[in-house]
Design a protein around this ligand. Structure first.
Ligand code: DX5
Ligand code: ZN
Length: 217
């Protein structure tokens, strides 16, 4: 399967964000936007003014990852700003997850469902067919630059097997500590969208780091 690389601008230099987005336009597949509210996660990142600024120069799709307590509040705003993929955490949505997934789709975006490492991967199974993609966190959501949790590989493989068993082709995105050290194993486990923050933006040459990740199969 063709891998897609979604650099997380959380690790970019916000003082020169425009230049970084231009670089991503040329070298990445998606732009990953980490939106944190200081409640669902113990950190605040950025909000819609930054998404809007990115939207004005992005020529590749924007992939918004909501780490917030009320993701349903932001669906319309995302669609208006041209976000292509919008994901939110099952832990935040609970019994409203199906409704929110449907709402994201009805706004013309791809709907993604995310789980942190302490949520059973089987909890995603009821949403197969309702989500356009699934995001497995390989660190606990909240901060860039954390260490990859190796058990994530098995969780991705379990989800991939269930998707295959049901004939569902929803891609699996992985987020947290993704680098050359684990990319090949992640691809083998069944992930096909790689979020990468520090391994891209802290590299000497981010564009090269992106293409190395893409060729890691
Ligand atoms: C963590 C975010 C990630 C993060 C990834 O809460 O969802 O997208 O920016 O950063 P790295 O690749 O440095 O772990
Ligand atoms: Zn993320």
């Amino acid at each position: 399967m063709q891998l897609q690389i979604a650099p997380s601008i959380l690790s970019a230099d916000f003082a020169r964000l425009g230049a970084d987005i231009e670089m991503l336009n040329k070298s990445a597949d998606l732009i990953h936007l980490d939106i944190m509210d200081g409640s669902f996660v113990p950190n605040i990142s950025f909000g819609f003014p930054v998404v809007e600024a990115v939207s004005k120069i992005a020529t590749i799709p924007m992939d918004a990852h909501f780490m917030v307590v009320h993701p349903e509040r932001w669906v319309k705003r995302c669609a208006e700003l041209g976000v292509s993929m919008m994901s939110f955490h099952l832990e935040a949505a609970r019994e409203d997850a199906s409704t929110i997934l449907a709402d994201i789709r009805s706004h013309g975006m791809k709907a993604g469902l995310v789980i942190n490492p302490d949520i059973a991967v089987e909890d995603l199974f009821p949403f197969i067919g309702q989500a356009d993609y699934f995001l497995i966190m390989s660190v606990f959501a909240g901060f860039g630059g954390q260490k990859f949790i190796p058990e994530s590989l098995e969780r991705i493989a379990v989800l991939k097997a269930e998707l295959d068993r049901r004939g569902n082709s929803a891609p699996i995105e992985v987020d947290g500590g993704v680098s050359n050290a684990n990319a090949k194993l992640l691809a083998q486990a069944g992930a096909s969208i790689f979020v990468a923050g520090s391994s891209v933006f802290k590299a000497d040459n981010p564009a090269t780091a992106i293409s190395e990740l893409r060729n890691s199969q």
